[in-house]
Design a protein around this ligand. Structure first.
Ligand SMILES: Cc1ncc(COP(=O)(O)O)c(C=O)c1O
Length: 392
């Protein structure tokens, strides 16, 4: 008979204190409700998607298929395939005119893996790391899981959603700061001067800067400048999930500052071993498919115009400047006190699914909703028409 080693009541079934501190990602909960509605045969208009609806570039998939039939595809080295790391160095040269030393480039299993490695490499439990609000929730939630204290830095239209030295001063002592450009949910791009100002501010105070550049390549006016052009001490994280249209392949990269390269490699060896080998092969080939990928950006550009027009016609005019990414962050305080309730009602009553601002901003998010234009033009047109007719 198989006796358990411990009496049942002694099994440690309770979650850890750290796990208990991690809040849900509400966007995923809204998507789940939308799927339930679709499964019940009801129509859903998707304005919540945070990913391209397109596959990886055709030539990149072809390269993957050929490699898969030829090679065993075991682990790669922890930093990743040399060919891909070299291609990323070339990418910085071609896109930004910036020379990045090969040793500093490490391939990771998506930006998300890059965050856990970066936060572990840079911060100890109890340290204080500034996160912009509104901002991508997983920075805050991953820091919490690691026992690091996220310090909210409220940004808004007054500063074009960018952090200023005054806002940083008001946050008190910081050990780290995370910025994203273009940002999720606002889509705003940090200008080159802002990146320089942040670099100086952080260097003067020994604050470790981390820049999330995952939406680079999806901009509609000026290209987004990279933090690497002005700062060799920042950790820069990027991914194949957005511009490269490879969300499910779980592939990204980190450019680590020289003194942290060894820490990143040791952490990667132990946490992930390496990023998925096949994804690295496909990612390498994706760099040669920029015409196809730029076509997706044109699709986002026309969807953006459609959504901005549709929201304006529905009375949602207080929106963040959507310089890039594929989101519009709109103020809905004239429609409801709580955007979570509003999103639930729009889903139930209109079949329109959006993301409540609470995910991105714990203090003011109840007044805002994130509308995504990564999906189809048809969904955007129909959803805006529904919202325009809706009465609170
Ligand atoms: C700002 C930002 N960073 C990172 C991620 C996650 O990226 P990845 O798919 O590369 O893990 C997302 C996903 O939506 C995001 O919006």
């Amino acid at each position: 008979m198989n006796e358990p080693h411990l009496p049942l009541e002694a099994h440690p079934l309770a979650q850890s204190m750290r796990a208990a501190r991690v809040p849900p990602f509400h966007a995923m909960a809204m998507s789940r409700l939308a799927s339930d509605r679709e499964a019940a045969g009801q129509k859903v208009y998707h304005l919540q998607v945070g990913q391209p609806s397109t596959p990886a570039p055709a030539a990149a998939i072809q390269a993957g298929v050929e490699t898969m039939t030829r090679e065993p595809l075991g682990y790669t080295n922890a930093p990743g395939l040399l060919s891909l790391r070299r291609r990323i160095v070339q990418h910085y040269h071609e896109w930004y005119g910036v020379a990045v030393p090969l040793d500093r480039v490490m391939i990771v299993a998506g930006a998300s893996a890059g965050f856990s490695l970066a936060f572990l490499a840079c911060f100890d439990p109890g340290q204080r790391v500034g996160v912009l609000e509104p901002g991508y929730p997983c920075y805050r939630n991953t820091l919490l899981a690691l026992g690091v204290e996220p310090v909210p830095i409220p940004v808004g239209p007054q500063t074009r959603w960018a952090p200023t030295t005054e806002l940083l001063d008001a946050a008190g002592h910081l050990d780290g700061l995370i910025v994203a450009s273009p940002s999720n949910p606002t889509g705003t791009v940090l200008k080159a001067e802002t990146l320089s100002d942040l670099t100086t501010y952080c260097a003067d105070r020994c604050i470790q800067l981390i820049a999330d550049e995952i939406y680079h390549g999806i901009t509609f006016d000026e290209p987004a400048p990279t933090m690497l052009a002005v700062n060799e001490h920042a950790v820069v994280i990027n991914s194949f999930s957005k511009y490269f249209s490879m969300t499910g392949w779980r592939l990204g990269w980190v450019v680590a500052p020289d003194p942290l390269v060894d820490a990143f490699e040791r952490l990667q060896q132990n946490f992930y071993i390496c990023a998925p080998h096949i994804s690295q092969v496909v990612g390498l080939a994706a760099f040669d498919a920029q015409a196809e990928l730029d076509g997706h950006v044109q699709h986002y550009r026309s969807n953006r115009a459609l959504l901005l027009g549709g929201l304006a016609a529905s009375g949602i005019t207080n929106v963040a400047e959507a310089d890039g990414a594929f989101y519009i962050y709109g103020n809905v305080s004239h429609l409801a006190d709580d955007s979570m309730v509003l999103c639930r009602r729009w889903l139930d009553e209109l079949g329109v699914v959006c993301t409540p601002g609470l995910d991105f901003d714990t203090a003011r998010g109840h007044e805002w909703v994130r509308f995504s234009y990564a999906g189809s033009a048809g969904d955007i047109t129909a959803a805006c028409a529904q919202i325009g007719l809706w009465a609170p």
